[in-house]
Design a protein around this ligand. Structure first.
Ligand SMILES: [Zn+2]
Length: 463
């Protein structure tokens, strides 16, 4: 009899498919607010910090399904050059069970965080230079700490996914002008605007994690719009930080909200049809309140999703823009002048191009090694991680080509290669193509790589 029961139990175990409870998740946040007085990033000039509106965080979520373990980390930073990611991965390799290539580190693109661009950091002097050096060492350690803590909190979870939509917030900031040129942020109520030159992506992909007894653990939110709504000289996580605080009120302080910026290279929040200034903490709060309402309205519509958890990587070579030694010398002189005397009197695109030229020298003319990663759960959810600021058009191409029910584009991950415009925008010119490392066609190559990985992940997604 006992043998028969054991035999039947063995058959039952074999018949029951590997269930959702195999999936475990842990999340954690670590404060990465720099000390007061650090140079802040985002606007092509050195602006020193004068205080903190709200803290900056590295927020980690670790997913584990049997032997597969991955970490996704979202930092309230403008961007994350590759060196920071390499250092964080090295520490994570020695402090967790997660292989370094299974760690994705993203920036939310907050414009009220520390300067990350070495062209400006290298030119700091005195106390700000010292603060920047110390922050450079401390940041990878803090990112690794967030992952270690998240791994320590691994617990069985149920996963729910869906997507809200918000069309009132994002605007394509490139406009066809009456003279046939493409304007970039052409100004409020500009009478020469004909129409936007590109689309917006209004989708809000959401992944919600609960305990098996339905207690909120974490909400992941993705939205394609620049986190440049606060401005000023105080540290702030911009609207993603305010969104996290709004959802915490509804779901409780034990729930962590993690935010990844979608393909928002050409998307911001500025409505040129109004004269409202649209900058400051009140504007961030307005945007966050609308997004929070969208997320809250979407919770009841989420569907339950299950593993298996998969990860796929590919490193592709992107053609790089070439710069001559003479251009580099001219650029160096221009940037030195802008840092010493301020950017006044220097045409903005000239300064942007000069900073870009100096950053390009890091590559010695060689192609960009761009890492594309796909993390997927069953056939329902896929996170696509890519470096750089992708145009919305490219992000939507990836989503349209993806066989997954919900596809999340997580830009500015694992490296900073600045803007990634589509071929059309390269032909049109203006700010983003000027502030881009890759040659025309690089964006389409990233889309092709992401599509290929997504299809492979989908086909290989059965247990
Ligand atoms: Zn940007």
């Amino acid at each position: 009899m006992k043998l028969l029961i054991q035999f039947l139990a063995a058959i039952l175990i074999a018949l029951v498919p590997a269930a959702a409870q195999d999936l475990r998740m842990g999340s954690a946040e670590v404060d990465i607010t720099p000390p007061p007085g650090m140079a802040m990033g985002g606007y092509f000039q050195i602006r020193l910090n004068t205080g903190t509106l709200d803290p900056l965080y590295a927020k980690a979520m670790v997913l584990q399904d049997g032997p597969v373990e991955v970490a996704l980390v979202f930092c309230d930073l403008l961007n994350l050059p590759r060196g920071y990611v390499d250092d964080a991965r090295r520490i994570i390799q020695s402090t967790t069970h997660i292989p370094p290539e299974n760690v994705m580190v993203s920036a939310t693109h907050s414009h009220t965080g520390p300067e990350m661009n070495h062209v400006f950091l290298d030119r700091l002097q005195g106390a700000p230079a010292q603060i920047a050096r110390e922050y450079r060492t401390a940041l990878p350690e803090k990112i690794a700490e967030a992952v270690k803590e998240a791994e320590a909190h691994l617990q069985p979870v149920e996963v729910w996914a869906g997507a809200g939509e918000e069309r009132s917030l994002p605007f394509n900031r490139r406009y066809l002008m009456k003279d046939g040129t493409i304007g970039w942020n052409p100004g409020k109520l500009n009478p020469n605007i004909v129409r936007p030159a590109g689309p917006v992506d209004p989708q809000i992909p959401i992944v919600y994690f609960t305990t098996p007894t339905d207690s909120p653990v974490a909400t992941f939110v993705n939205y394609a719009m620049h986190a440049d709504t606060t401005g000023g000289t105080q540290y702030s996580a911009d609207y993603p930080g305010a969104l996290a605080r709004a959802l915490e009120v509804v779901k409780g302080p034990q729930m962590l909200t993690l935010f990844a910026i979608g393909a928002a290279g050409d998307i911001n929040h500025l409505d040129v049809k109004t004269s409202d200034r649209q900058q400051g903490p009140k504007e961030s709060a307005r945007i966050a309140a609308i997004l929070a309402a969208d997320v809250i309205k979407t919770y009841p519509k989420l569907i339950k999703v299950e593993g298996p958890l998969h990860i796929r990587h590919e490193v592709i070579q992107l053609p790089i823009q070439q710069v001559t030694p003479e251009e580099v010398e001219k650029s160096r002189a221009l940037v030195d002048r802008a840092v010493e005397k301020g950017p006044q009197g220097i045409p903005f695109l000239e300064l942007v191009g000069a900073v870009k030229n100096l950053l390009l020298t890091d590559f010695h003319g060689q192609p960009i090694e761009a890492e594309v990663d796909v993390v997927s759960l069953g056939r329902d959810v896929a996170w696509v991680s890519l470096p750089g600021e992708l145009f919305a058009e490219l992000g939507m191409d990836i989503k349209n080509a993806s066989p997954f029910r919900y596809t999340i584009v997580d830009e500015l991950t694992n490296d900073s290669i600045h803007y990634v415009p589509d071929l059309k925008a390269f032909a049109e010119g203006n700010y983003e193509p000027t502030n881009s490392f890759c040659a025309p066609g690089g964006g389409e190559k990233l889309v092709a790589a992401a599509t290929h990985l997504l299809i492979e992940a989908y086909m290989g997604s059965s247990r």
